[in-house]
Design a protein around this ligand. Structure first.
Ligand SMILES: CC(C)(COP(=O)(O)OP(=O)(O)OC[C@H]1O[C@@H](n2cnc3c(N)ncnc32)[C@H](O)[C@@H]1OP(=O)(O)O)[C@@H](O)C(=O)NCCC(=O)NCCS
Length: 399
C-alpha cells in the first residue's frame, strides 16, 4: 500500500471516479465520465493524495489552498475536500493515513488553518476540528418588500450575468475576506468556475463607483423561487439596495431565498416582513462547516484583549507543547520554549479542537471543559474570555 500525490491527468482515473461514487448519482453514465476532463482546470492547484494497492485506488483526499480571516488576520487555509474510500476498502485506516499526510504537507507549505464540510462531525472531531455555525437560509415573499420600491436610496445596483461581472464579484469577496471573521475564499483557478459555468445572475450594489454589496442568484420558474447565494453587504444601504431589486420581482416569483450569516437578523430588516429563517444541519449531506488551527503561529499577532494564560496542548499531531499566550500589549504574543515556566499561571490544558474553538470564537471557555476539549480552571476563565471573546465566524465558501 502506498500514498502518493497524483498529477492533474491522473485525477481522471484515480480520485474523480472514487469521488463520483461517493458523492453523486451512481453508477455514473458514460457521458458523465467524459465531463471529468472539464473539471481539471478547477482542480489544478489542489493537492490530491491517493492510497494505492496493486494499481487500484483505494482512497483519495484533496486540499485546496485557500485563505481565511481569523479575527482580522488573513491566513493560508487548507480546505479539505473529496475525501472518499473505495467501498471495499473502508474502515481500514486509509483516510486516517491520508489526512495525516495531507495536513502534514499543507502545514509544511505554510497553511496555518484548515476547514471542511464533514459527512459526520464526530469523525473530524477526532482530527482536531471543531464546528462552526451553519449559514441561515432566509425565505420571504417579494410582496413584503413592496414598501422599499418607493424609497430613494443613495447608490445604485448593476444587474448582469456572473460571467460578465465576475471580476466585481471576486473583488468584493476579497474585500469580505479582509473584513469578516471566518470568511474564506477559493484560489483563483477554482473560483473562476462560477464565471465559466455562468449559471447565475450577479447583482451588485454600488456607492460612489465602489461595489458595496453582491449576491448571485437563479430563478427556477415563473411563480417559483428566486434562489440566491450569500447576501453579501458591507453596510445596511447596500443590503437595502439588493432587497429593493428583489422587490421588483413581486409579480414574477412567489418567494425569495437568500443565505445570511448566523448573526444577521432578517426580522428587523423591514416592518411587516413575514420571514422564515432556518438552519438545517443533517448527516451526511447537509453539514455545518468545521475548522481547526494547524499551527500555533496562527495566533501570533492577533488583536486580542489583555489576557494571559499558559496552555498545554495535548492529544494532537500538529498542535503540541507548552505555550504562553500573552495579550497584554493588545497583539497576541505566543511564547514557546524555555520562557514558558510553570510559574506563569493560570494554566489550561487544551486539545486541538479546544484551542481552535477559542481561536474561532465558537465556544465559551467553560464549554471547553464541558465538551471534553480540555481542562480550564476557574481562574483561567476570565483570562480566556478576554483573549478570545465569542465571535461568529462566517465561512462563506462551500466546498
Ligand atoms: C467516510 C469515509 C471517507 C471513511 O474512510 P475510511 O478509509 O473508511 O476511514 P478510516 O478507516 O481511515 O477511519 C478513520 C477512523 O474513523 C472511524 N470511522 C470511519 N468511518 C466512520 C464513520 N462513518 N463514522 C464514525 N467513525 C468512522 C474509523 O473507525 C477509524 O477510527 P480508528 O482510527 O479509531 O480505527 C468512507 O467511508 C467514505 O468514502 N464514505 C463515503 C464518502 C464520504 O462520506 N466521504 C466523507 C466526506 S467529508
Amino acid at each position: 500500500m502506498t500514498i502518493r500525490r497524483v498529477n492533474a491527468e491522473e485525477r481522471l482515473t484515480t480520485s474523480f471516479p472514487l469521488q463520483a461514487y461517493a458523492f453523486e448519482t451512481s453508477p455514473r453514465s458514460v457521458a458523465r465520465a467524459e465531463e471529468f476532463r472539464g473539471y481539471l482546470p478547477y482542480n489544478e492547484g489542489n493537492r490530491t493524495l491517493v492510497v494505492e494497492e496493486n494499481g487500484v485506488t483505494l482512497a483519495a483526499a484533496s486540499a485546496i489552498p485557500m485563505r481565511q480571516n481569523l479575527r482580522g488576520e488573513v491566513l493560508p487555509m487548507a480546505g479539505v475536500a473529496g475525501v472518499a474510500t473505495h467501498p471495499l476498502a473502508r474502515r481500514q485506516g486509509h483516510v486516517r493515513a491520508l489526512l495525516h499526510q495531507l495536513l502534514d504537507e499543507m502545514r509544511d507549505e505554510g497553511h496555518q488553518l484548515s476547514a471542511l464540510y464533514p459527512f459526520r462531525p464526530s469523525f473530524y472531531a477526532r482530527f482536531g476540528y471543531v464546528g462552526l455555525p451553519a449559514p441561515r437560509t432566509v425565505t420571504f415573499s417579494p410582496a413584503d418588500l413592496g414598501g422599499l420600491l418607493r424609497v430613494d436610496l443613495p447608490g445604485e445596483v448593476r444587474w448582469e450575468r456572473v460571467g460578465e461581472g465576475y471580476q466585481d464579484w471576486r473583488t468584493f469577496t476579497e474585500r469580505c475576506l479582509d473584513e469578516r471573521h471566518g470568511f474564506a475564499i477559493f484560489p483563483g483557478y477554482r473560483d473562476v468556475g462560477v464565471r465559466d459555468r455562468d449559471e447565475h445572475w450577479l447583482l451588485t450594489a454600488r456607492s460612489g463607483g465602489t461595489v458595496t454589496g453582491a449576491v448571485i442568484y437563479r430563478i427556477d420558474d415563473h411563480g417559483g423561487t428566486l434562489a440566491a447565494g450569500d447576501l453579501l453587504a458591507a453596510d445596511p444601504v447596500a443590503r437595502m439596495l439588493l432587497l429593493q431589486f428583489f422587490a421588483r420581482h413581486v409579480d414574477q416569483v412567489e418567494r425569495v431565498r437568500v443565505q445570511v450569516p448566523v448573526d444577521e437578523v432578517p426580522e428587523l430588516w423591514l416592518t411587516d416582513l413575514a420571514v422564515h429563517v432556518e438552519a438545517r444541519v443533517a448527516r451526511p449531506a447537509s453539514s455545518a462547516p468545521m475548522a481547526r488551527l494547524l499551527s500555533i503561529d496562527a495566533l501570533d499577532g492577533l488583536a486580542v484583549g489583555p489576557g494571559r494564560v499558559r496552555v498545554e496542548l495535548t492529544g494532537d499531531r500538529w498542535l503540541a507543547g507548552s505555550h504562553l499566550l500573552d495579550g497584554t500589549t493588545g497583539a497576541l504574543e505566543v511564547v514557546t520554549g524555555a520562557a514558558v515556566t510553570a510559574a506563569q499561571p493560570p494554566a489550561v490544558t487544551l486539545t486541538a479542537a479546544g484551542l481552535s474553538a477559542l481561536a474561532y470564537g465558537v465556544l465559551d471557555p467553560v464549554e471547553i471543559g464541558l465538551r471534553g476539549l480540555g481542562e480550564v480552571p476557574a481562574e483561567a476563565l476570565p483570562e480566556l474570555r478576554t483573549l478570545f471573546p465569542r465571535r461568529n465566524p462566517y465561512l462563506f465558501s462551500d466546498f
